[in-house]
Design a protein around this ligand. Structure first.
Ligand SMILES: NC(=O)c1ccc[n+]([C@@H]2O[C@H](COP(=O)([O-])OP(=O)(O)OC[C@H]3O[C@@H](n4cnc5c(N)ncnc54)[C@H](OP(=O)(O)O)[C@@H]3O)[C@@H](O)[C@H]2O)c1
Length: 311
């Protein structure tokens, strides 16, 4: 089968689109024929070797940890899926990924794909949606009527976080550059703050939850945006718990794992028209390196999708 793999860490040109062996499935696995994958910043962070201390990857490594496709074959213990089922997943990042025509995934990490969207759209959803859900709902315990600020509202995570927060009844403020303000409003943001305008940034106050998707100076500024008892939830760097206590605020850090239960709930929301995918770029598998270069600019809109197979 064809796969986009790396044989060593490095720049985008270490990605080789080449023949690779068909993945072998264990008794609890499903072999998925991949129709589309999507790019997340973790893909190029892994390609650069940033997670090498945390996960001892063997080379060659197939990148990519979002997929939508069709069940091709099931392991001996699998009863929840059958060949021909349409599925989507954010699989375990410790295994070979989804920039390939076929991928082996534990059945417990798969969910039925939403029925009202294409595989290309579905592939854009799993990783960012699990992230937004775990940050806002599981960790910050977002409630209807709360005032929530989402940083990078035009990004992969932010574009889903806005829609999720609105669907759950929150009042949503999102940060975005001025050029993307209209887009972010179209996703449901009640207010948009231009993050390049210091006065507008400083005026964001009295929030119940701030979702930090940027870190650094953005996280630093986020503390002052919270009201007493407010919750700072980050996916880029752990907020200092002592500072949270000293300021009478709460804080948490999320690093996601596969979560099929969230993907099932998400599929229901997608099929009810509450959440729609936002695709900012589409590439052929052959051009995976170019897709990485685009993602690494940090300026993309929504998600970049890779075509890995025929629908
Ligand atoms: N811990 C976890 O489990 C987890 C899970 C998912 C993602 N992450 C991390 O979360 C981060 C965001 O992921 P993502 O997929 O959303 O990234 P992304 O899609 O690449 O984000 C791109 C967006 O960020 C916006 N942006 C850049 N700088 C900004 C700033 N200072 N303020 C506001 N918006 C800004 C850009 O808008 P403009 O063009 O307008 O600047 C662009 O639309 C990444 O570092 C990723 O690795 C962590």
């Amino acid at each position: 089968m064809k796969a986009a793999r790396i044989h060593a860490y490095g720049t985008p040109d270490v990605i080789r689109v080449e023949d690779a062996p068909l993945p072998k499935i264990g008794p609890d696995d499903v072999l998925v024929r991949s129709i589309a994958a999507s790019i997340n910043p973790v893909d190029w962070k892994i390609r650069r070797g940033y997670l090498a201390q945390m996960i001892p990857y063997e080379m060659p490594l197939t990148l990519g940890w979002d997929v939508s496709g069709i069940v091709e074959q099931i392991g001996a213990n699998v009863t929840t899926f059958k060949p021909g089922d349409a599925v989507y997943s954010r699989p375990d990042i410790r295994r070979n990924g989804t920039y390939a025509e076929y991928v082996a995934i534990a059945a417990r990490e798969l969910a039925p794909k939403p029925t009202t969207i294409s595989h290309v759209e579905a592939a854009s959803l799993p990783l960012v949606s699990i992230t937004a859900w775990e940050a806002l709902i599981t960790t910050a315990q977002m409630q209807p009527g709360q005032r929530v600020l989402i940083h990078a509202g035009a990004g992969g995570v932010g574009s889903i976080a806005i829609q999720l927060a609105k669907a759950k009844g929150a009042h949503v403020t999102a940060t975005a550059s001025a050029a993307k303000a209209a887009l972010v409003r179209s996703l449901g943001a009640d207010e948009v703050v231009d993050y390049r305008d210091p006065a507008a940034f400083a005026a964001a106050r009295d929030l119940d939850i701030v979702f930090d998707t940027i870190g650094g100076d953005t996280q630093e500024a986020s503390w002052n945006m919270l009201k007493p008892g407010g919750f700072l939830v980050s996916i880029t760097q752990a907020p200092n718990p002592e500072r949270a206590t000293a300021e009478g605020k709460r804080a948490g850090f999320v690093f996601i794992d596969p979560n099929a239960a969230i993907l099932r709930d998400l599929a229901t929301m997608v099929d009810a028209g509450q959440i729609r995918p936002l695709i900012g770029g589409e590439f052929r598998l052959d051009h995976a390196a170019r897709a990485h270069e685009a993602s690494e600019t940090g300026r993309t809109t929504g998600k970049i999708v890779l075509y890995t197979g025929q629908p």
